[in-house]
Write a protein that binds this ligand. Structure first.
Ligand code: SF4
Length: 78
């Protein structure tokens, strides 16, 4: 499943990485959310694809994000 974080608008609340640490993490430098390394597209911290067994977790994080900066969907749909 495709996942994208508009990192510049992240408010570092922690909801995504607390809900779904398999996918999201806090970047130690800018403190914004980022994708864990395993699921990044070409090293992108903001965009990647996660396995289907993590799709529900990704959707939950997107739902909970107060800044609405997490997009999930079919791979490459956006
Ligand atoms: S839930 Fe949204 S605002 Fe909160 S840390 Fe994650 S991406 Fe940032």
């Amino acid at each position: 499943m495709y996942v994208k974080i508009e990192r510049g608008f992240c408010v570092s609340c922690g909801a995504c990485w607390n809900t779904c640490p398999e996918i999201f993490d806090q970047n130690p430098c800018d403190e914004y959310s980022e994708l864990v390394e395993a699921y990044r597209f070409c090293g992108s911290r903001a965009e990647g694809a996660v396995p289907e067994d993590l799709a529900a977790c990704a959707r939950e994080a997107a739902y909970l994000c107060p800044a609405e900066v997490i997009t999930v969907g079919e791979e490459g749909a956006e």
